[in-house]
Design a protein around this ligand. Structure first.
Ligand SMILES: [Zn+2]
Length: 269
């Protein structure tokens, strides 16, 4: 045999080995140390979604929260960051991903908390301070900005909006490179077309006053996806009753049915 073929074969093997190693490394592993009991108590108290999970699923969710907090930095721009703040941010991140085996976001490194709602230039004292959260702008490279009071309100008793889940829904949408209301990376084959057609229909319903969704959802397709995601997780019963088709498609997208107790049975670790 020509020795050159042997060299090529060896080089190919090394290349394949390196590829497998990098793939393995990219699937980050969850931390081994136990989740502190205090974290579980806070999640139970503040996050209804967590309370409604079976104890086994709670353990998985808490572990993912821990993994998320290990790889993300949370900073206060003009406020302190408490443990509860961090846990609410991590819960916002993990709720939409809980039907998938992968709990990790490839497109974020940092969350910045502000003491209040803010304006486009992030000034919380500006008269135009009406922004609760922001992600994915050019000036925000791999960072998310959240208003601390808005984050907490999202986990209040009577709410259909949750700015944390809203912004993380944008990150899921962006994970395929486009902010277009279609989270292609998470959509099963053949679902993107029907999803976008349904989005157009549902946006028209909002404009015509025939939707329970907030009118902000009619801003564009990306906002529709983020707003619909909030309702799916925070008012699932109403959404299912009034918009069954939309609910069904979101169920396919997220692989969860939040109207059922012991959510997200579809995926098991
Ligand atoms: Zn938005």
């Amino acid at each position: 045999m020509d020795p050159r073929y042997l060299v090529i074969a060896v080089l190919l093997l090394i290349l394949i080995g390196a590829g497998v190693y990098l793939f393995w490394k990219s699937r980050r592993s969850l931390p081994e140390e136990a989740v502190p009991k205090e974290w579980i108590a806070i999640l139970k108290k503040r996050v209804r979604y967590f309370r409604e999970l079976s104890p086994q699923r709670q353990a998985v969710f808490a572990k993912r929260v821990q993994g998320f907090l290990n790889e993300i930095t949370i900073n206060g721009a003009d406020t302190t960051v408490t443990l509860t703040d961090s846990l609410l941010i991590a819960a916002s991140a993990q709720i939409p991903l809980f039907g998938f085996p992968d709990w990790h976001y490839p497109n974020i490194d940092e969350v910045i908390l502000h003491r209040a709602n803010f304006a486009r230039d992030f000034d919380p004292d500006s008269p135009d301070r009406n922004i609760l959260g922001m992600v994915g702008n050019r000036e925000l490279k791999r960072a998310m900005v959240l208003s601390k009071p808005a984050l907490h309100e999202g986990f209040g008793r009577h709410t259909d909006s949750n700015v944390g889940v809203h912004e993380f829904a944008h990150l899921l949408d962006m994970s395929d490179g486009d902010v277009d209301g279609s989270p292609d990376y998470y959509l099963e084959d053949g679902l993107a077309g029907p999803w976008m057609r349904l989005v157009e229909k549902e946006m028209r319903k909002i404009i015509q006053g025939e939707s329970i969704l907030d009118e902000y959802g009619a801003t564009n397709e990306a906002e529709f996806f983020a707003v619909a995601t909030e309702y799916f997780f925070f008012r699932p019963d109403d959404l299912k009753e009034d918009h069954p088709k939309l609910y069904g498609m979101l169920e396919d997208i997220f692989r969860q049915d939040p109207t059922q107790a012991n959510l997200a049975e579809a995926y098991r670790e």
